[in-house]
Design a protein around this ligand. Structure first.
Ligand code: NCD
Length: 304
């Protein structure tokens, strides 16, 4: 039985296959509408979510399956003190596959040790978010026509932004990737990503505070929200929350075919004026996330 806990649980060729299935679903959705008939997806969200949970549910419904779950830890028995292990033992009696989001890093790994059905990590604390990465990869592939030889700038909260960590892990396996890390020092990428991912894979990367300076060289700009809920100290959040606000004038020296991504939710780090610019890809990313989750559910359930 396979799980998706980290994006590196899948080989590059398995990710290529998922992208190919998602592209086929986009062309030919009717062929998939009964693939998961009589299958049940449980969504266990111990942390807030709009896109990820609804996108999983929409994906399963589009495959003809059913969904059950909770969207608030307070409405589950975890509020009575139940452990993740026990919750998962129970929910795996009710469902064929589980997508889970949890504030604690590693909770989906613990879940996978106690589950009789596949576990999908839908975000664990400030650690990983592999299904957002699937959406990001399909978006980059569609916009750029390739996943190698690109310069990707990550801007904002690189410390707590789990989508950043997972996407860097994924990109580490493609050739000719250059990473530009744009953040204040306090929100810099964690050392484990630097050492265990970027250094280990001999990735080419630089760190800077200035988005303006590096803008001309970027093919992809991945903006992120400052992750308020992960701060220990509100003053630090207030000081750092507006570190970067992307406005149209800041795109003057950007490449004409720059692709701007954001996992969403956006707070104010991208001005709404940019939404109608052809370089804005963040709502396309949302649509792509659903297709990739459909492909992922099929893969983990072993359905061709
Ligand atoms: C992200 C997350 O939950 O990590 N959202 C998402 O799933 N698309 C990003 C965020 O919350 O800032």
């Amino acid at each position: 039985m396979r799980n998706l806990l980290s994006i590196t649980d899948f080989s590059v060729s398995e990710i290529d296959e998922l992208i190919a299935v998602a592209e086929d679903i986009i062309k030919n959705p009717e062929a998939y509408q009964e693939k998961c008939k009589h299958k049940k997806l449980a969504t266990l969200f111990f942390e807030p979510s709009t896109r990820t949970r609804l996108s999983f549910e929409s994906a399963m419904l589009s495959l003809g399956g059913n969904v059950l779950g909770f969207s608030d830890a307070n409405s589950s028995s975890s509020s009575k003190g139940e452990s993740v292990a026990d919750t998962i033992r129970v929910v795996s009696c009710y469902s064929d596959i589980i997508a889970m989001r949890h504030p604690k890093e590693g909770a989906p790994l613990v879940a996978s040790m106690h589950s009789s059905v596949p576990i999908i990590n839908a975000g664990d604390g400030g650690h990983n978010h592999p299904t957002q990465t699937l959406a990001d990869l399909l978006t980059i592939k569609t916009e750029k026509g390739r996943l190698d030889n690109i310069t990707v700038g990550f801007c904002g909260d690189l410390k707590f932004g789990r989508t950043v960590h997972s996407l860097i892990q994924a990109l580490a396996r493609y050739k000719g990737i250059k990473i530009v890390l744009i953040s204040p020092k306090e929100l810099a990428i964690p050392d484990y990503v630097k050492v265990d991912v970027m250094d280990k894979n001999n990735m080419c990367y630089e760190e800077t505070r200035s988005l303006e300076e590096v803008m001309p060289k970027l093919d992809v700009l991945y903006m992120t929200r400052v992750q308020k809920e992960r701060f220990f100290n509100e003053d630090d959040y207030i000081r750092l929350k507006d570190s970067y606000i992307l406005t149209l004038d800041k795109l003057d020296n950007a490449k004409k075919d720059l692709s701007i991504l954001h996992p969403l939710p956006r707070v104010n780090e991208i001005s709404v004026d940019i939404d109608s610019d052809p370089r804005a890809c963040y709502f396309k990313q949302v649509a792509n996330g659903r297709y990739m989750r459909m492909a992922l559910i099929l893969k983990l359930l072993g359905i061709k």
